[in-house]
Design a protein. Sequence first.
Length: 117
Amino acid sequence: QLQLVESGGASVQPGGSLRLSCVASGFSLDYYVIAWFRQAPGKEREGVSCISRGSNTDYLDSVQGRFTISRDNAKNTVYLQMNSLKPEDTAVYYCNAQHRATHVDYWGQGTQVTVSS
């Protein structure tokens, strides 16, 4: 079964840190661009960060300098390190993998991140 599974979401206080993981099973992430999206209640899903096969990265302006995306192809896993978390980072975070040639993509089920004092 081809799937992505996110983990690492939790409730933290402002200023805290979390590391999200996205593990692929049933396929290799080698030829995929991986992105993290998030969706807050009542808002549209937005792209947070992405990483290419060559580890080129891009970030949403509001998370630039606080979040770091990385990939470990040997573990078939992508990470999102989130530091200096703010209440506005509260959302369900989703992992997406899109094949760089065919553009076939997969979504994970999401992991909840709540930032609150």
